[in-house]
Write a protein that binds this ligand. Structure first.
Ligand SMILES: Nc1nc2c(ncn2[C@@H]2O[C@H](COP(=O)(O)OP(=O)(O)OP(=O)(O)O)[C@@H](O)[C@H]2O)c(=O)[nH]1
Length: 182
């Protein structure tokens, strides 16, 4: 894997968002840092990594793998050049007409429907910054699974909705919570 830059997403005239990315086997990938001193490759973790790699759907960002060597622990996922739904919603220059909004909603529903039918069963952190948009304006859901390796949310700007946080504290995640999530 070649890590090459923090690429600015193409929202001309807006705040620029820099996403670390690189190349892995000829594909451009998004690099998500994992804030862990060490990662124990237990059997359940290896199984989950395998399941994640096997997932394939038009509305899920491809999971390419993880680097578990500290201090460079990270996940590699499909890189989507238009940035996240959060970036698009916060953009002053990008006008969303109803056709585009419906198409984005449709993509989320299709992606989540597929995810709920897999062994992962739930996303766990569905929010606008975890929905990324590719060069053809197709929305793909990212950052699913591997909950034990993810750092708890610290960003109050994150657009997650009260229902997920409310339920997280009280019971385990199920697909029903996602229905309220979006
Ligand atoms: N262009 C592009 N930007 C991305 C991609 N993935 C993430 N980003 C950018 O990185 C921002 C932050 O994403 P994350 O690093 O997942 O952080 P977060 O979702 O805000 O927070 P946590 O997931 O809770 O850590 C997004 O809003 C995007 O601007 C991608 O595939 N392509």
């Amino acid at each position: 894997m070649t890590a090459y830059s923090d690429e600015a997403t193409s929202l001309a005239g807006d705040r620029q968002v820099y996403a670390p990315c690189g190349f892995y086997k000829g594909c451009r990938v998004a690099i998500k840092k994992v804030d862990k001193q060490r990662i124990d490759l237990t059997r359940p973790l290896l199984l989950e990594l395998k399941k994640m790699k096997d997932l394939e759907h038009d509305h899920l960002a491809r999971f390419y793998g993880a680097c578990v060597d500290p201090p460079h622990c990270c996940f590699l996922t499909e890189y989507c050049p238009k940035g996240s739904l959060q970036d698009i919603l916060e953009s002053d220059t990008m006008k969303l007409d109803w056709m585009f909004k419906v198409s984005l909603m449709h993509d989320i529903v299709r992606g989540m429907h597929y995810l709920h039918g897999t062994d992962l069963k739930s996303h766990g952190a569905l929010k606008s910054s975890n929905c990324v948009v590719d060069s053809r304006f197709v929305l793909k859901i990212t950052d699913f699974g591997l909950h034990e390796l993810r750092t708890p949310e610290k960003d109050t700007r994150a657009h997650s909705f009260w229902t997920r946080e409310f339920f997280n504290e009280r019971c385990s995640l199920t697909w029903i919570i996602h229905v309220y999530d979006y």
